[in-house]
Design a binder for this molecule. Structure first.
Ligand code: ATP
Ligand code: MG
Length: 453
């Protein structure tokens, strides 16, 4: 399954010999190792990237391992942390384990013991959705309701939202379908001084010109045949608040001119009316099309584009911020469980790897729908590779393909193969043993050893 399946281990130690011997030994095992010699470097790294395991000195002048442990656990609850101590210190050991450390190794490091400890920590972990019981820190910090994701790209988006929200500036939100444009529009409104005033949305997609005009500006009674009474448009309804024009690229040239005028003069007339109406409206527009191309093609006015583009927020597609996928998956598992009253609690690391590998052309929306579907259809309480829709399992048509790849230990590969064969035989151990060409007693022992059920 390519690079993402390689487990990443962050080693934090300022004792050069130790650091290097750990790095050498674990690199040989096929792990992707990052070595830093101080706490700050480690925190900087964790800011940018999730790792599968942290190995850290418990206490040195440069490193406060306990602090690192608590920060790593807070950010990535499912990441294991192995502490390295100078000597056996029962009190410290207990404190570390209580704080969530996976294991403790004592110097001088016994490399074989360490390898076993690492192997255990990285075993096909089950990622419990419960580990994110608390809302994401960004939520409480920024009040950006609904956003999940800690990637640098998304942090930039959050920062821009916070910066533009209080201003009057028009905001243009771009990005592929399902990347969260609606969410951004709402977040801007909710973080602005207008938050208690209306947030009005109008989708401009495929609205006939006359309807579009009356939707935006309203109409007087008798303006056209079906106008039996006066109607307020969205601009009036949004007065004091925010108007969100979605799919802005679809509006007709005529409406574009009218819109430009409102943006410049903050005034308009209802269709069929003579009274000039002034409004105080903040405009946010969104599109998943390329407006610059539409301008080139003569379909969108350049002057309107510059007016709309006070600030542009371009949402990155999910495939360019794959590090957000685990947290999104965990969040959606919890949401689906609650909304549909199903018992799904988590997902295997293997299945998660497939979700990370997949390209997500429909972005976060597609991921959300996918998890919801899986949660409803799942047979057990933990989502596994076999619960994934076929198009995500790259193994394609063969339902019984086992996912073995470079970066996995022989032990993990064996576990996968045995578990899959048992599923294939409907847990008929005698048949499975025959297929695996393994003694029945050996199979029983391995099932127990690998905790396969
Ligand atoms: N960062 C995110 N965290 C959590 N949920 C998200 C995130 N981004 C999008 N979603 C969810 O994904 C779904 C799609 O988001 P949204 O409707 O905002 O996308 P969009 O960019 O407006 O798509 P379209 O171009 O198709 O209108 C929504 O259910 C939204 O709540
Ligand atoms: Mg949308």
């Amino acid at each position: 399954m390519g690079q993402t399946a390689l487990k990443t281990i962050l080693v934090v130690d300022d004792d050069e010999d130790i650091g290097e011997s750990i790095v050498d030994a674990l690199s040989e095992e096929g792990y992707n190792i990052i070595h830093v010699d101080n706490e700050e470097g480690a925190l900087n790294f964790l800011d940018k990237k999730r790792v599968d395991l942290v190995i850290t000195a418990i206490k040195t002048p440069e490193i406060d391992g306990m602090r690192l442990l608590s920060i790593a656990k807070e950010r990535y609850p499912e990441t294991g942390v192995i502490m390295v101590a100078n000597s056996e210190n029962i009190e410290l050991t207990i404190r570390a384990i209580k704080a969530g450390a996976t294991d403790l190794q004592i110097k001088p490091i016994n490399i074989e013991k360490l390898k076993i400890s690492v192997g255990e920590a990285l075993k096909d972990r089950i990622i419990l959705a419960d580990s994110i019981e608390n809302p994401h820190p960004l939520d409480s910090k920024y009040g950006l309701m609904g956003f999940v994701g800690n990637s640098e790209k998304m942090r930039k988006v959050y920062e821009t939202i916070i910066r533009v929200a209080p201003a009057m500036t028009t905001v243009l939100i771009t990005g592929e379908t399902g990347t969260g444009k609606n969410l951004v529009a709402r977040a801007i409104h909710h973080n602005s001084p207008r938050k208690d005033k209306p947030f009005i949305e109008l989708s401009c997609a495929a609205l006939p010109e006359t309807i579009m005009e009356s939707e935006l500006f309203g109409h007087e009674r008798g303006a056209f045949t079906s106008a039996v009474k006066q109607k307020k448009g969205r601009f009036e309804l949004a007065n004091g608040g925010t108007l969100f024009l979605n799919e802005i690229s679809d509006i007709s040239p005529y409406t574009q001119v009218k819109l430009l005028r409102v943006l410049e003069d903050k005034e308009f007339e209802r269709v069929g009316g003579i009274e000039t109406i002034s409004v105080d409206v903040r405009l946010i527009a969104a599109t998943n099309k390329n407006l610059e191309k539409a301008i080139e093609d003569g379909k969108f006015r350049e002057d309107l584009y510059y007016r709309l583009r006070g600030v542009t927020i371009d949402l990155p597609p999910l495939r360019q911020r794959k590090e957000d996928i685990p947290l999104l998956v965990e969040t959606f598992i919890k949401q689906s469980a609650r909304l549909n009253n199903v018992k799904v609690k988590g997902i295997t690391d293997q299945a998660m790897q497939f979700l990370i590998e997949y390209d997500w052309p429909g972005n976060v929306r597609e991921l959300k729908n996918c998890i919801e579907g899986m949660a409803i259809m799942a047979k057990g309480s933990i989502l596994g590779v076999n619960d994934l829709p076929k198009y995500i399992r790259r193994s394609g048509d063969d339902k019984w393909q086992v996912n073995i790849h470079v970066g996995m230990s022989v032990r993990d590969a064996e576990r996968e193969l045995i578990a899959e064969t048992l599923r294939y035989t409907n847990n008929n151990k005698a048949l499975a043993a025959k297929i695996l060409n393994m003694g029945l007693r050996t199979l029983f022992r391995k099932v127990k050893e690998y905790d396969i059920n």
